[in-house]
Design a protein around this ligand. Structure first.
Ligand code: AMP
Length: 308
């Protein structure tokens, strides 16, 4: 078995060696065990592949703080419901691995589904409460699949820090809860949303959009900007902020809102007004494609700061 070069020994900082592509759980565990024994601070970026600049920002964040960095690519069948896009979800392993190698990532963990869910697999992780709301209401079982695969990946990779995008704010919150509840060692870092020049948040699912829907999808960012402007103008009432976002979505004939909500950033329960940390959350259909976006609102002593 070939192990990645010892880039994680600070004083050496050797140039990036070839990236290790790991397909089995046992091999990944051995590499991770060895890295930690050599004093490595293992950074982990779990993804479903079809990598874009949002994923790259997570890799860069991991590389600033950790060495070695492990990226996983696994289109997790258990987080897709029946009739969802598991079969057509974009898969681009060759291009993804080239990109990761060019970034200097040490290890790519890309297991087959049967490696993660061998015959007879029957255990699951469920984060109750938060998982039932918003994404969980529209996609029953989704977060059970996410929590289960993240618990498994953390057990296999044993990261020091793991990097998630705020793009999937509810998912990041659920994983923080999972880590807390199961006494997992990984520290969770939540990174900012990376956007296209016109404000659309990068997503592997943007590839599904027709040219017209792609143009229409800027309504997500415009809706958040409307809420941000209202907050800047002193509005703190959650219903009025949600109405401002709905108005923008409503004016876009190709958009159909699934949910538009202001929630408490800890509980993900609906907020009556902007207080402490909140999220403005949107899930909107453009044709058959459902896109998510959000804005973090941090309020303290009446002052509110919005991060889109
Ligand atoms: P996915 O491959 O869609 O499962 O996403 C893998 C990770 O990348 C998750 O933590 C996502 O939240 C994060 N991510 C996806 N899109 C973006 C984005 N536009 N900006 C920042 N992070 C993102």
């Amino acid at each position: 078995m070939r192990l990645p070069a010892c880039r994680w020994i600070d004083s050496l900082r050797l140039p990036a060696g070839p990236m290790e592509i790991i397909r089995t759980v046992e091999w990944m565990k051995q590499v991770s065990r060895r890295a930690r024994a050599e004093g490595g601070l293992l950074g982990f970026v779990p993804t479903m592949g079809a990598l874009h600049a949002g994923h790259v920002s997570l890799v860069r964040a991991a590389q600033r703080e950790c060495s070695p960095v492990v990226v996983s690519i696994f289109v997790n069948p258990r987080q897709f419901g029946p009739g969802e896009d598991f079969d057509r979800y974009p898969r681009a392993l060759a291009a993804d691995s080239q990109l990761l190698e060019s970034l200097g990532v040490e290890c790519l963990f890309a297991p087959e589904a049967a490696e993660i869910y061998p015959p007879g697999f029957s255990s699951h992780a469920e984060v109750e409460g938060i998982s039932a709301r918003l994404e969980g209401r529209t996609r029953p079982g989704h977060f059970r699949g996410v929590a289960t695969v993240v618990l498994k990946l953390f057990e296999i990779v044993q990261p020091w820090r793991a990097y998630f995008g705020r793009k999937d704010a509810q998912q990041a919150r659920i994983i923080q809860q999972l880590v807390r509840d199961f006494h997992l060692d990984a520290e969770i870092q939540v990174c900012p949303i990376v956007r296209e020049a016109d404000g659309l948040a990068l997503s592997s699912r943007n590839a599904y959009l027709s040219a017209e829907d792609r143009r229409a999808a800027t309504a997500l960012h415009r809706a958040l900007a409307a809420a941000r402007d209202a907050v800047a103008g002193g509005e703190r009432d959650a219903a009025r902020l949600a109405a401002a976002m709905r108005e923008v979505i409503g004016k876009e004939p190709r958009a159909m809102a699934d949910y538009v909500e202001i929630v408490n950033a800890d509980s993900f329960e609906p907020a009556a007004c902007v207080r402490g940390s909140c999220y403005a959350l949107l899930a909107v259909f453009f044709g058959a494609t459902r896109l998510l976006d959000n804005m973090l609102i941090e309020e303290k002593d009446g002052e509110a700061r919005c991060e889109i």
